[in-house]
Design a protein around this ligand. Structure first.
Ligand code: ATP
Length: 264
């Protein structure tokens, strides 16, 4: 479904900053229906990678093929239609505060010129899918973080994309809400057969959601494979250290559980 071949991205020098190469020859194949995690520390190039898939950034060289089309060769005129095949979910939800849940979900369709009837046909089934039927006419300020992210997911699904790009979608959520949102994404993947690219800095997210993972460091993929295999036998130092973070968090969670147990 998605094939990145030798993708390089160099940001041009600006006043006060030198040119910076954020991606250094990325090769990555993502099959239809697969959930692939891209994990790395801050500055590894994860966001740049996702922005080269939806062409918010143009790769300096290399090719990005989505569903058989080399998207780096698309004309400006064809870009909006291409982008509609890719749903994007963000860390900070990016909802419009003056619009209800329904109208936020409808926004991409409205912008694409869909009629009211077409919008209703697309948005109404999404409300139960993300568990927001009761909140249809509420505004973002009246929602919890998890509910806001459900709106973000439904909005990304409204134009029936083939691919969902998720950028740190649980980083602003507490652990229980994170679990619920990851379960929702897994459920959507299974029901709709959507291909998903999941950017994260947390191995726990990869473990809960992804089939395969690519570990990035310094603009390259340093290790890649099935999630179970990578967890059982990490080879690269970056992978080992990201897994070690998870272990520390797990231990911290355990000791706070123990503390809670003592208090109870
Ligand atoms: N528009 C830009 N102009 C210049 N350099 C940039 C630009 N965007 C990103 N970079 C640089 O490219 C590198 C990769 O950035 P990117 O945002 O892709 O990393 P990331 O892994 O997503 O990090 P984070 O988790 O902090 O978002 C960083 O060194 C960053 O400073």
């Amino acid at each position: 479904m998605i094939r990145l071949s030798n993708v390089q991205k160099t940001y041009a020098a600006r006043r006060g900053s030198e040119e910076h190469t954020a991606l250094r020859g990325i090769d990555l194949d993502i099959a239809a229906g697969e959930i692939v995690g891209v994990i790395g520390r801050s500055g590894a190039g994860k966001s740049t990678l996702i922005r080269c898939i939806n062409l918010l950034e143009t790769p300096t060289s290399g090719s990005v093929v989505v569903d058989g089309t080399d998207v780096t060769k698309l004309s400006k005129r064809d870009l909006p239609l291409f982008r509609r095949q890719l749903g994007m979910v963000f860390q900070h939800f990016n909802l419009l505060s003056s619009r209800t849940v329904y109208d936020n979900i409808a926004l991409p369709l409205e912008l694409a010129g869909a009629s009211k009837a077409e919008i209703a046909e697309a948005v109404n089934p999404l409300l139960p899918l993300v568990g927001l039927e009761e909140k249809r006419d509420r505004y973002p300020a009246e929602l919890s973080g998890g509910q806001k992210q459900r709106v973000g997911i439904a909005r990304a699904l409204s134009s029936s994309p083939k691919v969902l790009l998720c950028d740190e979608v649980t980083s602003a959520l507490d652990p229980e809400t994170t679990r619920q949102i990851l379960n929702l994404l897994k459920d959507i993947n299974q029901r709709l057969g959507l291909t998903m690219v999941v950017i994260t800095h947390e191995m726990a997210v990869v473990k809960a959601l992804c089939d395969r993972v690519a570990v990035m460091d310094g603009g390259v993929i340093v290790e890649e494979g099935q999630v179970d295999g990578i967890f059982a036998n990490p080879v690269h130092e970056t992978t080992k250290s990201l897994l070690a973070d998870e272990f520390v968090e797990f231990r911290a969670g355990q000791s706070s559980d123990q503390l809670n147990g003592q208090e109870g």
